[in-house]
Every structure is written in structure tokens, then in C-alpha cells.
Design a protein around this ligand. Sequence first.
Ligand code: ADE
Length: 420
Amino acid sequence: MKKPESSIADPALAELGRARIAWAQTQMPVLGSVRDRFVEQQPLAGIRIAACLHVTAETANLMITLAAGGAELSLAAANPFSTQDEVAAALVADHAICVRAVRGESPADRELNIDALVAANPQITLDDGADLLALMHAEGSADALLGATEETTTGLVRIRALEAAGGLRCPVIAVNEARTERAFNDRYGTGQSALDGILRATNILLAGQTVVVIGYGWAGKGVALRAAGAGATVIVCEVDPLRALEARMDGFEVLPSVEAAAKGDLFITVTGGVAALTAEHFEVMKSGAILANAGHFDVEIDLQELARVGGDPVEVKPLVSRYKVADRAIDLVAGGRVVNLAAAEGHPAAVMDMSFATQALAVAEIARAGSDAKPSVRAVASAIDDEVARLKLESMGVRIDVLTERQSAYLHSWHPSSDS
Ligand code: ADE
């Protein structure tokens, strides 16, 4: 079988991409120390890895780390609008990585690029949204996989559905659920970068606004926290009673979304689901309401319904489309696509440092286990979590206590009063 060739926007962008990758690297010391170890130990020698991830400077540093461990790599985009063309060019020029990704590529081209990942006959896949792993299962080529990793909540929902249907053919490590990932990537990464994308696109002042956050998982918590910190009044909408209670006790107003719809100035969907905002919401929103989606797929704001009630939009500035609903204006940011990547640069490198160090160690674990591991969705080993957190603290110059022998004995004893 002929090896697929790279397909990128412009090889001449490589110099710019190099600078961008180098900048991100300065923020990713944990991944850097994993890379040093990989150079020495070669845990991925000769292993073919295909990745369907956002093609960013942070992902480039992950790819370079895996290549340093001996892997043969191919990469395509998890989302056509997050690709940094200069980064793709640098990866091809400097690292012999097969990259097939062009910012803004059509759905048909993206499909071809993911097909090319499958054609590279991978032994391990990395996904952000499960598109590659789902395709390999649909085509019957997943049996050849030693394993896979999944970076995002939405992807894990799909993979668990596959597992529940009895169709999962390889072990999948749920990187998204690592302790070093969720609370950090989603809360601090999405929390900051979703607002970053909205501010870059609109330049609105958050102070004094009413921000409606729909979904109070880790990412929703982060968005609510950062919006409140910027001086906004935050309303949270939830379907899960525990999360709703948590939002209330965190100090936010909690309302059904249709009631919040009449009050909000800015709406941010972070549900991981579908149709969180639809016609019944658009019809009661204030004029000037702004809508943005921070979830993985562009299905959380019902775009068909928005077009039905609001007609053809007018672009009022780059990345902001205005719909007219009756006599009111409703502005949609980045076409409802994941706003932190479509209108900004995604999670900051300093937080991707942890998730991609975890990814790299999880991939090495899959390679180490070989074909013995059973097909199932499994957690990241707690030793990996601990190590990544310890290295991150070290890189930040933060020191912590260790349990004394007496404290440790107390915590490991079942006796009611073993502290004598
Ligand atoms: N997912 C969210 N932010 C990202 C980034 N900066 N790079 C890669 N994947 C991401």
C-alpha cells in the first residue's frame, strides 16, 4: 500500500510555524521532560500512529514528542477551522510527519484526509471527537489497533456508545477523564479560551453583562467562573440536578434555559449535547443577544432553526453573523463552531502541557501492553496522573508536603483509633 502524502495549505509558511511551535514549547515543560525520556527509551520505536487532533502548535509539540519516541506519524484535523496552516507546514518540513490538514477545508476534503489516516494502517490512534476511531470501526479496520486514546468528552460519549453496543474492538484510554486533564483542560483551558474567542470576535465588555452558561460540567464551570471574574452576572442552565445544585451553591442563578433566554446578553453553550438553544429561545431573546458555542460539535446552537426564524445572516464583522428575528438582532459567533478554536487559539499551551504529557504517556502504555489488552474504555493509570501533576508543580516552582510515616500509617489503617 502506498504511503499517503502530506496535503497542506502552503509549505512556505514553515518558518512562521516553527516560531509558533517553539513558543508553545516554552509553555510545555512537562511534555518536554516526557520527550527527553522518549529520546532515551524509544518506547514507540517503529509504531505507526495516526492522530485526528486539532492541528495547533500544542499538538505539534505532542507529535514531535511521539516522533522522538520512535513513532511513525500521520495527522489530520479534528476540526477544519482550528488548523494552523503554518504549524502544518513546519511539521511536514522539519519532522517528516505526514500532515493532511488545511484550515477551512471542505467536509469532503476532511473526509479524504481522515481516510488517508486509515490508509496509513495505524497501530495506535489519537482522537479528539472519535472521528478516526469511529471510521475504523465502521470500515472494519479497528482489529489491527493495539489501542487508542480519546481527548474529549464528546468523543468518549461516542466510544462508550460503541462499547455498550458490543462493537468496541480495541482498548481506549480515556485521557479526557484523567485527573490532570478534566479539571484543568476543561475548567481552566476552555473557561479562559472560550471567553478569549468571544472577546477576540466581538470585543464586548463582559463587566455588567448577563452571561448565560448552558451546561455546568467542568468546561461550563470554567466559563462561569471566568465570566463572573470579569464582572458579569452569570445564569447557569442545567439538566442534571446535582450539577444545578452545585451551580447554585457556587453562587450562580440557576434557571430553565427558556427563562434565561429572555434575560441574557451573551449565551454560551457547553453541554456536549445537541439543540441546547433553539427557536423557542431565539424568539424571546433581547435584541443584540450574542450566541457562542464552546462544545465540540456545532450542533449545540440549532443553526437550522436560527436560519428558519432569522433568515440569511449578515456578517457584521469577521466571525460575527447577524440574524434578524422579528425586529431583533441576534449575533452568532464563529458560525456556532467551537469558539475557543474557531475564534482564538484553543486551550493555552500551559494547560495542553498536562493533557498532552498524559496523552504521550498513555500512548507509551498502549505500546507497552501490546496486543494483550482487552477491548474496553479504561482510565489513565493513576501513576501517570500523579507524575504529570508532580512534574507540572516542579516546573512552576511549587513545593508540597509529603505524608509523615505516622500520617501515612493512620490513613492506611482500618482501626478506629490507630494513631497511638
Ligand atoms: N483542544 C483545545 N485546545 C487545543 C489546543 N490548543 N491544541 C490542541 N487541541 C486542543
